[in-house]
Design a protein around this ligand. Structure first.
Ligand code: ADP
Ligand code: MG
Ligand code: MG
Length: 888
C-alpha cells in the first residue's frame, strides 16, 4: 500500500469541489471554512480511506492514524484545547457523509473524548457539573449504541428509572449524582452486552468511532438504501471529525435547522426550527417542541441577524436553496452543515423561476433545477397536507392524483353508479381489459395485486385517473360487497380517498386541493421548450384526451390505440359480430356498422389536434379480448341449465333453450379463438394479414374523417401505424393496402392531403431487420412496452411477482417496464434507428409507450437521436422538461 497517500484533509486545506473525495458533509464544511464562515475546526477522512478499509478486510490503511494525529493537533491549536486534556479537554463529534446523501448510514457521535477524568475537568472548566455529566451520560449511551451496537432502549431504560426517582420526572430534574450513576450503569450494560469495556482512552474512542463509520457503509440499512436509489457500492463514506460546540450552555445558547426558503412552497425567507439551551439531537428527538425560526428574532436578535446574513451568503455562494444546521454557544453562532435543500415539486418550480428573476441563476440552470418526476404530481389534485387521515391500506403510487368516491367492487356496478352521477372508486383484485368501462367511469382505481406496469396502472396513468396498485393488505370479498384491511371493514358504497401520488388508500372523504398551474410553471416550461431538441407527443384515443394533451403542450399524437374505441356496449356488439363472422360477407356487414363509429372518433381527434400530426395504430390486441370470458360463459350456461329445470311454462322453456343454444354457439367460437399465449398470438398486423377488411375499414374511417376536416378548412397530418411487424413482407402487404384504401377515399372525395405510413418496432426481429422494413415504412415508432417484453421474454402481466425481488437483489438495476433497459432494449432501439435511417435517411423515429414519459429513458432517447417521444397526456410536461435537461 502506498503510505504516502493522503487520507486526511483539514477543513482549511481541502481542495475545492471535493464532494467525491470528502463526501457531501466534509466538502460543505471545507467550503464554508474557505468562505470565512464560522465553522468549528475539524478535518475529514476521505472516502478513499473507507474504500481502502473495505478492500483490506476491515483494516485501516497505513498512515491513516498518523495523519489523523497531525490533523487533530491542528484542531487542538485552533480550539485552544487538547483532546483528553486533564484540565480543559477538547471534545469531538464524529460524523459520516458520503458523496450522495445516505440516511441509512451511521448516526453521529457527539461529545467524544469524555471519561471520568475529562468529565470532571469539563465540570471544573465550565463551572457547570450538571452540564458536564449530562454530556458524559449522553456520550456513553451514543457510543454504546452507535459504535458498540447495544440497543438504545437499554440506556433509555436506565434514564427512565432515574427520572422516575425525581420529583419533576424531567431530564432536567436529574441530579449530578444521578447522572454519574447513569454513566456507571450504562458502562455496565455495555460490558454485559458486548463483553468489552467502554473505552476510557479518548484516542481509542476516536479510532473505534472512525472504524464504526467505515463499517456502517455495509450495514443492512445502507446497503438497502443504495440498492433502492441506484447508488454504487464502491464509493465509500467520508468521516468528519470536528470540535464540539455546545448549544446547551444556558439560555444564550441553542441549536436549530433552517432552510433559506420554504421547502414546500418555495417562498423566500428563512424557514425552520430551533431550541434554546439544547444539543443537536434534542431537536430531532422530539423531547422538547422546537420553536419556529422567526421567533429567534425576539429571543436572540443579534444572532438572528447574523444568521440571516450568513444564510443569504450561503445561498448566493451555492446559487441554490440551502438547508443549514447551526448551533449557538453562549451567543456565538456556529454553522455545522449546509446542503442543497430538498423541496417539493411546487417549491422547485417557484424557486427556479424566482432565482432567475433575482439574477442568481440563468434559464438553462433553472431548467436543470426541477426534477421532471416531481412535476407530474403538480398536474393532479393532491390530498391536503393539513388534513387528518386514517390509513386503510398502502400500495404502489401507480398513477398520481387524489380523489374521493364510494367503493364499487365490479366494473359494471361502477359504470352504472357513475352514470347516476355518483363518484365511484373501483376496487378490484386486479383489472383486465374487461374492466375498462369501469375504470373510465371511476374517479380512482385500487387493486390488491399488480405492479407499476399492471393493466390497472398503465390504463389509469393513460387516463390521468388516480390509482393505487398492489395494495396487498386488502382482503376483498366482492361477492359480499366488503373489504377488510388494517382492522377496518369497508362496505360497498362507503367513502374512501385514494392518494395515487403516495400509494395510500384513506378512510372516508379527505379534503383534496386542485392543482395550480401558475405562471411560474408556464415560464419554466417555455424555457424548457427553448432548450430541447426532442419532440413530445401524447398517447390519446379521444378528443377529450387530445385536448388535454395540447393543453400540456403536446406537439401531436404519437399513439392512438384504436381498440379502445371499441369498448362500451354500443360498440362491443358490432365488434363481436365482426369477430364471430363466419365469412367475409358477414364480416364486412359488421365492419360497416363499426365504420361510422370509428370515423366519429377520428374526426374528434383530428379536430382537437388542429393540424398537428396524429398517429393512428391499426387494431392491435388479440380478438378474444372483445369476447366474454370463457369462465363467465360456462357459468352462464350452467345457470340457464338450472333455470330450465325449474321452468314452469313452455314459453319460458323455449326462451331458455334459445338462450342456451346462443351461449353454446358463443362458447364454441370463444374456444376456437382461444390462444395459449395471446400476447404472442394472432394480434397486431397478423390480424390485418388474415382479415384485410379490418385494415380497410379503419383506414377508410380515418381518411373519411380527414377529408371532412380538410373540407372544413382544418389541417390534418394522419400517420397510419402498423403494429407488431416482424417481417418486411408484412409491412409491404399492409402498407400497400393502406395506401390503396386511403387514395381511393381521397379520390372519391376529391381531397388531396399528405399522409405517412409507418410501423411500430416492438419485436426484436423488426429492430434487426429495420433496414428492410424502412424500405416501406416512412416512420418508426418504438413500442418499448412490447419490445421490453419480447426482448426479455418476460410477460409484463406476470412479471410483477418476481421483478421487485430482482430489483431488490440487484439482478436488474430497475424495473425495465418503467425505466428503459438501456443496455439491452436500448441497444435494439439504437440499432433499429441506425439501420432504418441507413436505408431511408429522412425516416422519422419516435417512441410510444410508458418509457416516453420516464425522465431517464427520455434522456436516452434524446441521446440516440430520436425525433420524438410520446407519452400519456399528464406526462407531457414531464417529458418536455426531461428532454430539455437531456441537452444540458
Ligand atoms: P446527519 O447527517 O444525521 O445530519 P450530522 O453529522 O449533521 O448528522 O449531526 C447531527 C447533529 O449533531 C447536527 O445537526 C448537530 O446538531 C450535531 N453536531 C454535529 N457535529 C457537531 C459539533 N461539532 N458541535 C455541536 N453539535 C454537533
Ligand atoms: Mg446533519
Ligand atoms: Mg405493442
Amino acid at each position: 500500500v502506498d503510505t504516502d497517500r493522503r487520507w486526511v484533509y483539514a477543513f482549511e486545506d481541502a481542495p475545492a469541489d471535493a464532494r467525491a473525495l470528502l463526501g457531501g458533509k466534509g466538502a460543505g464544511l471545507a467550503a464554508m471554512t474557505a468562505a470565512g464562515l464560522p465553522v468549528p475546526p475539524g478535518f475529514t477522512i476521505t472516502t478513499e480511506a473507507c474504500v481502502a478499509y473495505q478492500d483490506a478486510g476491515h483494516h485501516v490503511p497505513d498512515g491513516l492514524w498518523d495523519q489523523t494525529e497531525t490533523a487533530l493537533a491542528e484542531v487542538e491549536a485552533a480550539a485552544g484545547r487538547r483532546f483528553g486534556d486533564a484540565d480543559d479537554p477538547l471534545l469531538l463529534s464524529v460524523r459520516s457523509g458520503a458523496a450522495v446523501s445516505m440516511p441509512g448510514m451511521m448516526d453521529t457521535v457527539l461529545n467524544l473524548g469524555l471519561n471520568d477524568g475529562t468529565a470532571a475537568a469539563l465540570a471544573r472548566q465550565t463551572g457547570d457539573e450538571r452540564f458536564a455529566y449530562d454530556a458524559y451520560r449522553r456520550f456513553v449511551a451514543m457510543f454504546g449504541e452507535i459504535v458498540m451496537g447495544v440497543e438504545a432502549d437499554r440506556f433509555e431504560r436506565i434514564v427512565q428509572r432515574a427520572k422516575g426517582q425525581t420529583e419533576g420526572g424531567q431530564d432536567t430534574d436529574l441530579s449530578v449524582d444521578q447522572l454519574k450513576e447513569i454513566v456507571a450503569q450504562s458502562k455496565r450494560v455495555i460490558a454485559g452486552q458486548t463483553r468489552q469495556h467502554f473505552p476510557d482512552d479518548p484516542r481509542e474512542q476516536l479510532r473505534q468511532a472512525v472504524a464504526a463509520v467505515f463499517d456502517s457503509w455495509d450495514n443492512d440499512r445502507a446497503v438497502h438504501y443504495r440498492r433502492v436509489h441506484n447508488i454504487p457500492d464502491d464509493i465509500g463514506t467520508g468521516v468528519t471529525v470536528q470540535a464540539m460546540v455546545f448549544g446547551n450552555k444556558g439560555w444564550d445558547s441553542g441549536t436549530g435547522v433552517a432552510f433559506t426558503r420554504d421547502p414546500s412552497t418555495g417562498a423566500k425567507g428563512l424557514y425552520g426550527e430551533y431550541l434554546l439551551n439544547a444539543q443537536g439531537e434534542d431537536v430531532v428527538a422530539g423531547i422538547r417542541t422546537p420553536k419556529p425560526i422567526a421567533e429567534m428574532a425576539g429571543d436572540l436578535p443579534e444572532t438572528f441577524d447574523q444568521f440571516q446574513a450568513l444564510a443569504d451568503q450561503l445561498e448566493q455562494t451555492y446559487g441554490d436553496v440551502q438547508d443549514i444546521e447551526f448551533t449557538i454557544e453562549q451567543g456565538t453562532l456556529w454553522l455545522l452543515q449546509t446542503r442543497t435543500a430538498k423541496r417539493s415539486g411546487a417549491a422547485a418550480v417557484r424557486i427556479a423561476v424566482e432565482m432567475v428573476g433575482e439574477g442568481v441563476i440563468d434559464e438553462r440552470t433553472a431548467v436543470g433545477r426541477v426534477d421532471p418526476a416531481a412535476l407530474e404530481a403538480l398536474l393532479h389534485p393532491a390530498v391536503n397536507d393539513d388534513a387528518e387521515v386514517e390509513l386503510l391500506a398502502e400500495g404502489l403510487p401507480a398513477s398520481p392524483g387524489a380523489a374521493q368516491g364510494r367503493v364499487a367492487f365490479t366494473s359494471d356496478d361502477a359504470e352504472a353508479r357513475a352514470a347516476e352521477g355518483e363518484p365511484v372508486v373501483l376496487v378490484r383484485q386486479q383489472t383486465s381489459p374487461e374492466d375498462f368501462h369501469g375504470m373510465v367511469a371511476a374517479v380512482a382505481v385500487v387493486t390488491a395485486e399488480g405492479g407499476m406496469t399492471s393493466h390497472a396502472a398503465v390504463v389509469a396513468r393513460g387516463m390521468g385517473t388516480p390509482c393505487v396498485a398492489g395494495a396487498s393488505s386488502l382482503r376483498l370479498d366482492a361477492a359480499q360487497g366488503r373489504l377488510e384491511a388494517g382492522g377496518h371493514t369497508v362496505l360497498d358504497g362507503d367513502w374512501v380517498t385514494v392518494d395515487g401520488a403516495t400509494g395510500r388508500v384513506l378512510l372516508g372523504r379527505v379534503p383534496t386541493k386542485d392543482p395550480e398551474l401558475g405562471d411560474d410553471f408556464r415560464t419554466l416550461m417555455s424555457w424548457a421548450d427553448d432548450v430541447r431538441r426532442l419532440g413530445v407527443r401524447a398517447n390519446a384515443d379521444t378528443g377529450e384526451d387530445a385536448a388535454k394533451a395540447r393543453e400540456f403542450g403536446a406537439e401531436g399524437i404519437g399513439l392512438c390505440r384504436t381498440e379502445h374505441m371499441f369498448f362500451g356496449d354500443e360498440r362491443l356488439q358490432p365488434m363481436r359480430e365482426m369477430i364471430l363472422a363466419e365469412d367475409a360477407g358477414a364480416r364486412e356487414a359488421a365492419l360497416r356498422k363499426l365504420l361510422p363509429l370509428q370515423r366519429r372518433d377520428f374526426d374528434a381527434l383530428l379536430r382537437a389536434m388542429d393540424g398537428l400530426p396524429v398517429t393512428v395504430r391499426l387494431l392491435d390486441p388479440p380478438l378474444h379480448e372483445f369476447l366474454p370470458d370463457l369462465l363467465e360463459l360456462t357459468g352462464r350456461i350452467a345457470e340457464t341449465k338450472l333455470a330450465l329445470k325449474q321452468a314452469t311454462t313452455l314459453e319460458e322453456m323455449d326462451r331458455l333453450l334459445d338462450e342456451s343454444a346462443a351461449s353454446r354457439a358463443l362458447l364454441r367460437q370463444v374456444e376456437k379463438l382461444h390462444e395459449e399465449n395471446p400476447m404472442l398470438g394472432l394480434r397486431g398486423c397478423r390480424l390485418g394479414m388474415l382479415y384485410p377488411e379490418i385494415t380497410q375499414m379503419q383506414v377508410r374511417a380515418l381518411f373519411e374523417a380527414a377529408a371532412d376536416c380538410v373540407e372544413d378548412g382544418i389541417g390534418v397530418q394522419p400517420e397510419v401505424m402498423i403494429p407488431l411487424v416482424s417481417a418486411a413482407a408484412e409491412i409491404e402487404t399492409q402498407a400497400a393496402l393502406v395506401r390503396e384504401t386511403a387514395d381511393a377515399v381521397l379520390a372519391e372525395r376529391g381531397v388531396a392531403l399528405d399522409y405517412l405510413v409507418g410501423t411500430m418496432i416492438e419485436l426484436p426481429r423488426a429492430a434487426l431487420r429495420a433496414g428492410d422494413i424502412a424500405r416501406t415504412a416512412e416512420f418508426f415508432s418504438f413500442g418499448t412496452n412490447d419490445l421490453t417484453q419480447t426482448t426479455f421474454g418476460l410477460s409484463r402481466d406476470d412479471a410483477g411477482r418476481f421483478l421487485s425481488a430482482y430489483v431488490e437483489r440487484g439482478v436488474l438495476p430497475a424495473d425495465p417496464f418503467q425505466t428503459l433497459d438501456v443496455e439491452g432494449v436500448g441497444e435494439l432501439v439504437r440499432l433499429g434507428t441506425d439501420r432504418g435511417r441507413a436505408e431511408r435517411p429522412d425516416l422519422k423515429v419516435g417512441v410510444c409507450g410508458e418509457h416516453g414519459g420516464d425522465p431517464a429513458s427520455v434522456a436516452f432517447f434524446h441521446g440516440v437521436g430520436l425525433d420524438y417521444v410520446s407519452c400519456s397526456p399528464f406526462r407531457v410536461p414531464v417529458a418536455r422538461l426531461a428532454a430539455a435537461r437531456a441537452t444540458l
